[in-house]
Design a protein around this ligand. Structure first.
Ligand SMILES: Cc1cc2nc3c(=O)[nH]c(=O)nc-3n(C[C@H](O)[C@H](O)[C@H](O)COP(=O)(O)OP(=O)(O)OC[C@H]3O[C@@H](n4cnc5c(N)ncnc54)[C@H](O)[C@@H]3O)c2cc1C
Length: 266
């Protein structure tokens, strides 16, 4: 999976670019010749153009100090809201449990009325059905995930957080027993990720999966392209057209690179 990012990184470095890993931006500032970013280390980097790949909530409410002064930015915040985050279970499962299963993807929903509820729908992927080499011999990988909101996990003490992770994971496994009887006894390895995990390791506000339209009619068509109301500041990724998902953000990156290159006379 990391190959796409690695190949892009090689391309950037081959063209003389420098990548600073683990460099957290805390502020975006105007600068005399363009824009600047301030890092958590206190260092300031200036550039003719700055492109933000963080969400619009992070960029405008956090990095720019709650800057929603333009009509365009206000409209975006009116049109879009955060979709939930996820509770994710990564399981190592004895291969004999699924010896007759051919399908990689499964969806479990016991009650249609609960489809959009917190932990209502369970999605399950078993990638080792397609590529057994991903797990040690004799095992399958189960990735089970279900929508979950930060509000359910926020403010818990370490002990309460660990307990909730255990309890919620157990409930998901119990429900999956309907499709895979004997699952709980066949688990050899278990990791649980929560909205807090997504916030911490993916750097996304509230661990959100990304923006979704508040009202359907405009859908993702109302998403902005890569320019922002601030000169020399561009945005890229799932807060821009055409929205969430790897294909969509790859398009957004391509479009943004083209736009910035043109703005620099390339
Ligand atoms: C659990 C999960 C499963 C998914 N499954 C699929 C799938 O099967 N198919 C699919 O198409 N899509 C899937 N998606 C959605 C897809 O991953 C996203 O839509 C896509 O990655 C968004 O790309 P992005 O570049 O906009 O943001 P991100 O991928 O979030 O990239 C933003 C980057 O900016 C960095 N960053 C943020 N703030 C700062 C800061 N202040 N300073 C420095 N760096 C910062 C972050 O660390 C991150 O590396 C999934 C998402 C999740 C969470």
């Amino acid at each position: 999976m990391g190959q796409i990012a690695l190949t892009l990184a090689e391309g950037i470095e081959a063209k003389g670019g420098k990548i600073r890993y683990g460099a957290r931006v805390t502020q975006i500032l105007p600068a005399r010749s363009g824009m600047a970013v301030k890092l958590a280390t206190g260092e300031t980097l200036t550039a003719k153009r700055v492109i933000s790949n963080s969400t619009r909530w992070d960029t405008f409410q956090n990095l720019l100090g709650n800057n929603k002064s333009s009509w365009w930015e206000k409209t975006w915040f009116d049109r879009y809201e955060k979709s939930p985050s996820f509770l994710s279970l990564h399981l190592g499962v004895d291969r004999s449990l699924v010896s007759n299963v051919q399908d990689c993807h499964h969806i479990l929903l016991e009650d249609w009325a609960k489809m959009e509820d917190e932990q209502g729908t369970i999605f399950l992927s078993i990638p080792t059905i397609l590529d057994p080499s991903l797990a040690p011999e004799g095992y399958h990988i189960f990735h089970a995930f279900t929508p979950s909101w930060m509000s359910q996990w926020h403010g818990l003490s370490s002990a309460a957080y660990e307990q909730k992770k255990e309890k919620d994971a157990e409930q998901i496994i119990d429900r999956l027993e309907r499709i895979f009887p004997g699952l709980s006894k066949a688990i050899d390895y278990q990791e649980v990720g929560t909205p807090r995990t997504h916030r911490r390791f993916l750097g996304r506000v509230d661990g959100t999966y990304g923006p979704i339209p508040k009202n359907r009619p405009l859908g993702l068509i109302g998403m902005p392209f890569n320019r922002t109301s601030i000169p020399n500041l561009f945005c890229v990724g799932d807060s821009t057209f055409p929205g969430q998902g790897l294909n969509a953000v790859a398009f957004s990156g391509f479009a943004c690179a083209h736009l910035v290159a043109c703005s620099l006379g390339k």
